[in-house]
Design a protein around this ligand. Structure first.
Ligand code: PLP
Length: 451
């Protein structure tokens, strides 16, 4: 406790004196349009925490760089040294309504005072019902749906695997190279974005096949003809836009063809919208752009603005599994449900539109940068789900680090892509500053020897 106070108290800090200002209020922090750096990056308190962390946390945590946040407001974060950053990450595409959105915080506080937990697996929670009704309203399925709520994305994927096998009586599952669906045994078997997720963990879940993303011919020729007939496949699990795999957009029309193929063979179409959903691409779900309906929809990440929650939403007629077939102690806990309801309200009311509008400006700006820079090989995406692909992983890493030292938080995805996934509340002005800093970071890296 003492250590914690020492590391977060800025009052006697040289950095505090250097900037000669009192700590910004929440509103002031939210209004920052530029980073404000008052120490070396990372600063001394951040370094102390990184060192302490290195002694007691699991070394498996894949830290991108030494950023140690203390406070957030909207699309702005302050680190433990009092440095102010612009956030193009949203905590891995999670903080959809921005940091500490007052309406979300208020909903969390209200629910926390009423009831923190009473397992929805064994009892009935009004707010759990309310959220499942809301998910039915906003889901991209036209008929009735039922939902199973979880604490995370990976649990929503596991629920879909179990339901798909159970309801179809089929064993096989098909996913795509480049996909990321989570790290528990079923979901990690579907994941095929990087061999490190599988190394040393085998044998994985039996009955999982992979096909190239965006290529139906390969699936027909090599999988259905040579390995497994489509009638034996329970579900095809697909991200409408691949997330961790590098913000990869499939060829136009491919998702529709995949949907038709599933319908033809009685395969369940599972849309993993854990990263691409909840307004991130400008529409509530990325799949809406293709005008197709999944059989099962998976949501997570941005659904509750940072509170742990995931959802498996299935066409009602698929939910035939009997009492006790699946459950969870915490899944759909009331506080997370309250955060989700407030989040959905905000996305529907204004944030989906903001993602579309600010995102299209960002996409344009990044495309201009691509035209000027030898380092960038592709810019793609929709809304505030934009991937900037670089010549090599080394270049992407160097740009990510150069952004960080300028006060802009970005995160790599796939082999050599930097993802741009800010909170959906980001303003046009904040996006423009971020874009400028991103361009400066690219220029710095272009000047490095060997770049
Ligand atoms: N599915 C997709 C598309 C994801 O991007 C992720 C996480 O990055 C997951 C599933 C797993 O979610 P979680 O990390 O909450 O378990």
């Amino acid at each position: 406790m003492e250590v914690e106070q020492d590391l977060t108290d800025r009052s006697a800090d040289p950095a505090e004196r250097l900037r000669g200002a009192r700590e910004p209020t929440f509103e002031e922090l939210r209004a920052f349009t530029e980073p404000r750096l008052v120490t070396e990056i990372p600063g001394p308190k951040a370094l102390a925490i990184v060192e302490a962390d290195g002694k007691v946390t699991s070394p498996s945590l894949p830290r991108a760089y030494r950023f140690v946040p203390a406070r957030g407001a909207g699309a702005v974060l302050e680190d433990v040294d009092g440095n102010v950053f612009l956030d193009f990450n949203a905590g891995i595409a999670v903080c959809s309504t921005g940091h500490a959105h007052p309406q979300v915080v208020e909903a969390i506080e209200r629910q926390a005072r009423l009831l923190l937990h009473y397992s929805a697996s064994d009892f009935y929670l009004p707010i759990y019902v309310e959220l499942c009704e809301r998910l039915a309203d906003i889901s991209p399925m036209s008929g009735p749906t039922r939902s199973f709520l979880t604490n995370s994305g990976t649990e929503a994927v596991e629920a879909a695997i179990k339901l798909a096998r159970r309801v179809t009586g089929r064993q096989y599952l098909l996913a795509f190279f480049g996909a990321f669906h989570g790290r528990s045994y079923g979901s990690v078997t579907l994941t095929a974005s990087n061999a490190k997720y599988h190394t040393g963990f085998g044998p994985l879940l039996p009955g999982v096949l992979h096909a190239p993303f965006g290529d139906l011919e390969h699936m027909r020729e090599l999988i259905f003809r040579r390995l497994v007939k489509p009638e034996e496949i329970a579900a095809i699990v697909v991200e409408p836009i691949q997330g961790e795999g590098g913000y990869v957009v499939p060829p136009e029309g491919w998702l529709r063809e995949l949907r038709d193929l599933c319908t033809e063979h009685g395969i369940l179409f599972v849309a993993d919208e854990i990263q691409s959903g909840m307004g991130r691409t400008g529409t509530m779900w990325a799949i809406e752009r293709d005008g197709i309906e999944p059989d099962i929809l998976l949501a997570g990440k941005g659904i509750a603005s940072g509170m742990p929650l995931g959802a498996m939403v299935a066409r009602a007629e698929l939910m035939t599994w009997e009492v006790g077939a699946h459950g969870s102690t915490y899944g759909g806990n009331p506080v997370s449900c309250a955060a989700a309801l407030a989040t959905i309200d905000l996305i529907e009311k204004e944030l989906g539109a903001n993602a579309e509008q600010v995102g299209s400006g960002l996409l344009e700006g990044l495309r201009r940068l691509e035209a000027e820079s030898d380092l960038i090989v592709d810019v793609r995406g929709f809304g505030l789900m934009i991937g900037v692909e670089f010549r090599s992983p080394e270049v992407a890493d160097a740009v990510e680090e150069a952004c960080f030292t300028r006060g802009l938080l970005t995160l790599r995805a796939g082999d050599a892509t930097i993802r741009i996934s800010p909170p959906l509340v980001i303003t046009a002005e904040q996006a423009r500053s971020g874009l400028r800093l991103f361009g400066e970071a690219c220029n710095e890296v272009a000047r490095l020897p060997g770049a």
